[in-house]
Design a protein around this ligand. Sequence first.
Ligand code: URA
Length: 233
Amino acid sequence: MRINKYLADAGVGSRRFCDKLIEEGRIKVNGKVCTLGIEVESGDTVTFDGQQVSLKNKFSYYIMNKPKGYVTTVKDDKGRKTVMDLLPPNVGRLYPVGRLDYDTEGLLILTNDGDLTNRLTHPRNETPKTYLVKIEGKITESNLAKLRNGVYLDGVKTNKATVKVVEEDYKFTKLHVTITEGRNRQVRRMFETVESQVVFLKRIKIGDLTLRGLDRGAVRKLTQEEIHYLKNI
Ligand code: URA
């Protein structure tokens, strides 16, 4: 099989994108940088930036645009809908990476790769997560500064955050907020400390990974490039 087809079938990206990776010398076959157009056979070892690419990947990785009204657990005692209900059939056992509240929308990763889950959720790694936050009314500069510098939740100060106002009208303010922790209902509770009520919350990014055209409720496999990115975030 042509190397670019092999890479594309393994989920690295489009054939054209894979050609670019080959030209950049990032693909090796059996330890040697390969050239455009070579053929690979079963038994060959193909790597992308040193990580093995396989047609039979052991793990599965999905990205979902979670709608509100779903819990981020595998089962719910109260019988509510769970994000598992949105997955295509036959994906096997997958687990959500971190949590989004019942009323929160947006980017959720699901995988059976425990190492990646730990990596993305371990507080030490401070993985940046960006939210679109809509609050009632306006927010003062001094309250923005408080949110940026850290506020106390359960007696523990939050890490520094990036907080930007992106839209304002007479009734609501929209902000982009990037936090590096994943404490329970963190964004909502941060805004409560400055007397602001969050009326809409959506995770729009994990690191630089975005929802990029994924409709509300839709799910797709992550590409090999995206998986590689998340493993090295
Ligand atoms: N912060 C919250 O308050 N809720 C979420 O779901 C995620 C972050």
